[in-house]
Design a protein around this ligand. Structure first.
Ligand SMILES: Cc1cc2nc3c(=O)[nH]c(=O)nc-3n(C[C@H](O)[C@H](O)[C@H](O)COP(=O)(O)OP(=O)(O)OC[C@H]3O[C@@H](n4cnc5c(N)ncnc54)[C@H](O)[C@@H]3O)c2cc1C
Length: 501
């Protein structure tokens, strides 16, 4: 590499090769082809942390089946569906950008990363049935969910997902179904986008490169990067840094010493899946089935029975079971991550949150220690005939929930994704992990609009954004005309992605 290239100031440095950095890099380079962008990833393989197919549930979260997005009832007793509508719109933006990437040849083979899988909500017991009925009434009245079906008939549910009914007797059951659901391999998509980015002029990506420090410099930030293959350190300066390091983001923000991170802490929640590869069982189930949260389970640990398309093969995943851990990353993490993240400025918040969440901590410890029999009991709430021999336990990814000062009393686990940006807009980082990868394009749009206002305000960029994500500048969609136009855009993206044909 020439001295000139070595000393070159980057426009953008991306830390981490997960779905967030991948989409941000691809989006920025598509808006402005002159940007110099580099991406650094600590592991040997790209996108192998939370975005890796086996580490998350692969649900294209669109608010269709996840009952945790609609927990509340209004004063009239009806289930409120506003949050589900919001998530639906955000996932639409994600699909639109991926469809644009396909249309323009940035990526190919959509079946490698997105497949149509119906989304089902399934409940049992009269109280849950009443809840689902009210939710269905609210949801199906909205044009996004007008194709949703509802039934309390076990034979209909058997037709939709036979495993749910086999061996079940007597108790009231209900389910909703929408054909227009998806299973997504976020890791595969990320790798495709990063490889495209790496081929563009002025852009590169490096695996086995750990960013170990961030210091302010005249141009923005100087990154210290350790090449794990040869054990050397190098420095790179960048005007803007995106910390998309997943569970590692909090630690890097602390290293950067930005005041915006004061008072923040991280609380890791590990996960595990039960996996079934038996072709006879796998072929009987073609759906993502979400239920209601058992007891103290945090919303992100609400179990589901998922058809997955991974490594070219269909499989069944049940979980996640939550687990207690002190690591922030599954692969490159250390058990010292949690203790190492405790600082003078966040210790009080962490203690307060710990005390007000004792039932959660107890729940996590119990989950981690539970026997296979107890895990199977939970699976049998969904699939009563499940046999232990057909299932094996594997680790899932770790979600590091962000804890903020003002969350002290409110609790931590319902805290979603938070983009932390410095006042001078030179660093943006993503903390938290819900609803996660599905809304990545909505999240990176927020970063681009906040940190690159001059770029976004140019007419050329505005029309490029509109071309890539037609709904990016729309507020609430309400008129019939707007809905018709919206549905036209959705259809076009779905066709490109090869869905629902
Ligand atoms: C159990 C579970 C189930 C989930 N299910 C779903 C789901 O069904 N649908 C959904 O939409 N979302 C889901 N999510 C959330 C989703 O997986 C995450 O929101 C998303 O993958 C986060 O992407 P990311 O790019 O921020 O982080 P990651 O994918 O974790 O990527 C961060 C990368 O940064 C690297 N890194 C860390 N530190 C450094 C460093 N110092 N230097 C260089 N590189 C570094 C890591 O190695 C990693 O590759 C789930 C998450 C979990 C854990």
């Amino acid at each position: 590499m020439s001295t000139e290239a070595k000393n070159e100031i980057l426009d953008v440095a991306l830390i981490g090769s997960g779905v967030m950095s991948a989409n941000l890099g691809a989006l920025l380079k598509s808006i402005d082809s002159s940007l110099k962008i580099e991406l650094y990833e600590v592991t040997k393989d790209l996108s192998h942390e939370s975005s890796n197919g086996w580490n998350n549930a692969g649900t294209g979260h669109a608010g269709i089946c996840e009952l945790s997005y609609t927990p509340d009832r209004g004063t009239d007793g009806k289930v409120k569906v506003g949050k589900a509508v919001e998530i639906f719109e955000q996932f639409e933006q994600t699909k639109q950008f991926w469809a644009y990437a396909l249309r323009t040849g940035m990526i190919d083979q959509p079946g490698d990363f997105i497949n149509a899988v119906p989304h089902i909500s399934f409940v049992y017991g009269q109280e849950q049935v009443d809840f689902l009925k009210s939710r269905f009434e609210g949801m199906s009245a909205h044009p996004f969910f007008s194709e949703m079906e509802y039934t309390e008939d076990p034979d209909k549910i058997r037709e939709w997902a036979p495993l749910l009914i086999e061996g079940r007797e007597g108790m009231p059951v209900a389910a909703t179904k929408m054909k227009a659901g998806t299973d997504v391999n976020f890791g595969e998509l990320s790798r495709k986008l990063i490889h495209w980015l790496g081929e563009q002029e002025g852009c590169s990506f490096y695996s086995q490169n750990r960013v170990t420090d961030l210091n302010r410099c005249t141009e923005g930030w100087e990154l210290t990067i350790r090449d794990l293959a040869n054990g050397t350190n190098r420095h790179k300066r960048a005007k803007f840094v995106f910390i998309g390091a997943g569970g590692g983001s909090l630690l890097l923000l602390q290293k950067a010493g930005v005041p915006e991170i004061k008072g923040y802490g991280g609380f890791p929640i590990g996960g595990q899946w039960l996996v079934c590869d038996d072709p006879e069982i796998v072929k009987k189930h073609d759906a993502k089935v979400y239920g209601l949260s058992p007891g103290a389970a945090p919303t992100m640990a609400v179990p589901h029975l998922d058809s997955r398309w991974l490594e070219g093969k269909k499989t069944l995943l049940f979980g996640p079971y939550a687990a207690w851990t002190t690591k922030f990353l599954h692969r490159g993490g250390s058990f010292l991550d949690l203790p190492g993240s405790i600082k003078f400025h966040n210790i009080l918040t962490l203690i307060k949150v710990g005390i007000s969440n004792i039932p959660l901590v107890t729940y996590l410890i119990q989950q981690g220690l539970q026997s296979m029999d107890t895990r199977l009991k939970e699976l049998r709430n969904f699939y009563p005939d499940a046999k232990a021999n057909d299932w094996k336990l594997i680790d899932a990814g770790i979600r590091v929930q962000a804890i903020k000062k003002e969350d002290g009393d409110a609790g931590i686990v319902h805290f979603g994704t938070e983009v932390v940006t410095t006042e001078d807009k030179s660093i943006s980082a993503l903390l938290g992990a819900s609803p996660g990868a599905s809304v990545c394009v909505n999240i990176v749009l927020e970063v681009v609009q906040k940190c690159f206002p001059e770029l976004c305000n140019q007419d050329k960029s505005k029309s490029k954004l509109k071309e890539m994500i037609p709904t990016y500048d729309l507020g609430t969609i309400s008129t019939t005309e707007e809905i018709k136009q919206y549905q036209k855009w959705s259809k076009s993206a779905e066709n490109l992605l090869g869905l629902y044909r």
